[in-house]
Design a protein around this ligand. Structure first.
Ligand SMILES: NC(=O)c1ccc[n+]([C@@H]2O[C@H](COP(=O)([O-])OP(=O)(O)OC[C@H]3O[C@@H](n4cnc5c(N)ncnc54)[C@H](O)[C@@H]3O)[C@@H](O)[C@H]2O)c1
Length: 284
């Protein structure tokens, strides 16, 4: 069921980085922002021209301009904001929804990371936020809002999230640092810490289904979907949250504040009983 729209982003112009296909969190953010009246440039890595659905999304968003850009390239990112300036004059919002780890993709454990890939993880998933804000500065309007997607792996260890835990910690730090420096212009920088979500990046993590289910069963409200996330991000891009900055905002159905739930306790007790029964059987 589509929610009602309120024109919260009427007149706002921006850039959305990272929608790949209809599963992507940024895909849903783009649709929600468009429905709320926002207009934007869409950007993704050049390789996504071959297998992504970026052009389809652009059509759904009123023929939004598309700029293919590698988030690790200064030249590419600079070009994104030149195009934004040509179309809109200035930028009122930026969404950073970019993440990738070759170490995770190729199954390297944290204790044996490939360091070239590790540097790439940090560059793509975290330093890109710095690069994007840096190149946006000449076109960023006062009162703009910048949001980057993150995960609780920045604060707590989720073993399979490996070097992405480090990348998200760096990403959140970059958001705070820019938030502190841009506040005098009324510019806000926040990160949204989203529930596990079934996307290309999410599903690439070994054991993702177990992480997804664990979070869903622990969170009192259950996992937040990409559509839920999009609605939350809309509020952060709107003037309604003009005094919120330098925050890591959990959007996870309450997961981050939970320790244990009745449902998981019951499951764990059953698993312990089964383990004890198996041991007893083996012992004869
Ligand atoms: N899926 C989850 O469970 C989950 C949970 C919390 C946070 N997040 C974060 O949400 C964001 C979006 O991920 P998603 O889950 O929607 O997956 P996704 O795969 O749809 O999006 C990730 C995007 O990053 C882009 N990207 C990768 N390398 C790039 C590069 N060099 N230059 C430019 N773009 C590049 C990809 O093309 C892709 O569009 C990421 O920051 C991710 O870490 C995801």
């Amino acid at each position: 069921m589509r929610r009602k729209f309120y024109g919260l982003l009427e007149g706002k112009k921006g850039v959305i980085f990272g929608p790949l296909d209809e599963h992507s969190i940024a895909w849903h953010i783009a649709l929600a922002v468009y429905a709320e009246g926002g207009r934007f440039v869409i950007s993704n890595a050049p390789v996504t021209q071959r297998f992504g659905k970026v052009e389809e999304l652009a059509r759904l968003c009123g023929d939004a301009p598309v700029v293919y850009a590698d988030a690790t390239s200064d030249e590419d990112v600079k070009r994104v904001f030149e195009v934004a300036r040509e179309h809109f004059g200035g930028v009122d919002f930026i969404v950073h929804s970019i993440g990738m780890s070759l170490n995770i993709r190729k199954g390297r454990p944290y204790e044996a990371l490939n360091y070239d890939w590790y540097v790439k993880t940090l560059d793509i998933s975290a330093i890109s936020l710095h690069r994007i804000i840096h190149h946006a500065l000449p076109v960023l309007n006062d009162g703009a809002s910048i949001v980057a997607l993150t995960y609780i792996g920045a604060q707590r260890i989720f073993s399979r999230y490996s070097d992405m835990c480090d990348a998200k910690a760096l990403l959140e730090s970059i958001a705070r640092n820019f938030g502190a420096r841009l506040g005098k212009r009324g510019i806000r920088v926040n990160t949204v810490s989203q529930s596990p979500t079934r996307t290309t990046a999410g599903s690439g993590i070994e054991g993702f289904d177990a992480m997804f289910e664990f979070a869903h069963r622990l969170a009192p409200l259950g996992n937040a979907t990409a559509e839920d996330c999009a609605d939350y991000v809309v509020t952060l891009l709107s003037d309604l949250t003009r005094k919120v900055t330098m925050q890591n905002l959990y959007h996870d159905g309450g997961f981050s504040t939970m320790g244990m739930s009745e449902e998981l306790m019951a499951l764990f007790e059953r698993a312990l009983q089964a383990e004890a029964a198996e041991k007893a059987e083996k012992a004869g």
